[in-house]
Design a protein around this ligand. Structure first.
Ligand SMILES: [Zn+2]
Length: 77
């Protein structure tokens, strides 16, 4: 099963948190998308995902990961 990206309901300590039980990365809504993508890429690299320079985010199985629009659009900017 592929990594899911979910938007946190509450304020969390990190921009992106890995939950191995749910195979989900919980992200802080309203995070600037540059920060969000950078932190997600770093977290996925830690999980063993192949890095694709200049490309999108990749799951550790090699499939592309899409960031939910609400993760970027939510919250005050
Ligand atoms: Zn996957």
């Amino acid at each position: 099963m592929c990594t899911l990206i979910a938007v946190a309901d509450t304020v969390q300590s990190e921009t992106a948190l890995w939950d191995p039980d749910e195979i989900t990365i919980t992200v802080q809504g309203g995070t600037h998308h540059h920060t969000l993508i950078r932190d997600l890429a770093a977290l996925l690299a830690d999980l063993g995902a192949p890095t694709t320079p200049g490309g999108g985010l990749t799951c550790f199985c090699g499939d592309p990961i899409t960031i939910p629009r609400e993760a970027i659009a939510a919250g005050p900017l």
